[in-house]
Design a protein around this ligand. Structure first.
Ligand code: SF4
Length: 327
């Protein structure tokens, strides 16, 4: 375990990202931006040494934390030592934000980058300073949803997006679709007639998906399928999916065992219970939310657990980690 050189820790920050956060100010920065607000963190010999377990013990002291923020100083000057800590935080459902003087592209080979949810990147430029900018000191800096950016760059073939209710699967699919020109197939269109999950607890009509959509996904050829309209209890006219080298399949059960092998890249979208409740309440109202709490959420959770859906995905995206997508 490599030691970390830090300037300080803040146990309940409300300004270093959304929600209540543990902020770790690393010691040492090579950038020396004129006008830097933390010049005391520049020296690589200042501060004090701690190890990962000591920092983790401090994080665990606050059960109300929603995330961990790595700032400084330059956290990426100690990326190998910070990567295991960031990984541990994400595995616990905490979002990880990092503030860096490097740009996203300069960090592509860093071992820390894949364990971050959000990166605020770029050197501080005093002449472009604005107090109006959320999370940023100067307008050249960007708030980047790291997992979504990495996914966009790696995406090819067929992308499968599964995840918790209200985590943002449909929105992510729409953003990727716009950016990459990829048609989206929504698994809600394959809701099973009779509203009955199959014997594995998978609540889509898998047989119909395998017959009407799956054979054409990888080939990139045009095809059509029917939507199941729940309220009417009937099928729509055929919906055309144009020919395209990249397709996106989004919705709960996208990574169910019989569909998993279809994808070149898979994504699990996660969200904490409190944020999920808030979004569900806004979307469904109090009455609709009760139905979700009593029926649909337990069904989903037991499916996630039974088939290790979160663990099997190539990318884990925290739907509440960033207030906005990559800018
Ligand atoms: S990167 Fe951040 S800590 Fe380093 S000099 Fe620039 S503003 Fe200061």
């Amino acid at each position: 375990m490599s030691p970390l050189r830090i300037a300080s820790m803040l146990h309940d920050s409300a300004v270093d990202g959304p929600g209540v956060r543990f902020s770790l100010f690393t010691q040492g920065c090579p950038h020396r931006c004129p006008g830097c607000h933390n010049p005391e963190t520049h020296s690589f010999s200042g501060g004090s040494e701690v190890d990962e377990d000591e920092v983790w013990a401090e994080i665990e002291r606050n059960p109300l934390l929603q995330g961990v923020t790595l700032t400084g100083g330059e956290p990426f000057a100690q990326d190998a030592a910070l990567a295991p800590l960031a990984k541990r935080a994400r595995e616990r459902g905490l979002s990880v934000w990092a503030f860096t003087g490097y740009t996203f592209d300069e960090l592509l080979a860093s071992p820390l980058l894949p364990h971050c949810d959000v990166l605020v990147d770029g050197r501080y430029e005093r002449g472009r300073n604005s107090p109006e900018l959320p999370w940023r000191g100067s307008s050249n800096q960007r708030v980047i949803n790291v997992q979504e950016e990495l996914l966009s760059r790696a995406a090819g073939g067929v992308v499968g997006i599964d995840g918790r209710c209200c985590a943002g699967k449909t929105s992510l699919a729409a953003r990727l679709s716009r950016r990459l020109g990829a048609p989206v197939i929504h698994l809600d269109d394959f809701f099973p007639p009779g509203k009955k999950p199959d014997g594995d607890g998978v609540n889509i009509d898998t047989e119909r998906f395998l017959e009407e959509a799956a054979p054409y996904l990888r080939s990139g050829e045009a095809f059509s399928y029917r939507r199941y309209i729940c309220r009417a209890g009937e099928y729509s006219d055929p919906v055309a999916v144009p020919a395209a080298p990249l397709r996106i399949v989004e919705g709960s059960y996208a990574l169910s065992p019989r569909l998993r092998g279809l994808y070149s890249v898979s994504v699990f979208m996660d969200i904490g219970a409190a944020a999920q409740r808030e979004r569900l309440l806004t979307r469904e109202g109090a009455r609709g939310m009760r139905a979700y709490a009593e029926r649909w959420l337990p069904l989903e959770e037991s499916y996630f657990e039974r088939f290790d859906v979160r663990g099997c995905a190539d990318y884990l995206i925290n739907g509440a980690a960033a207030e906005r997508p990559a800018e």
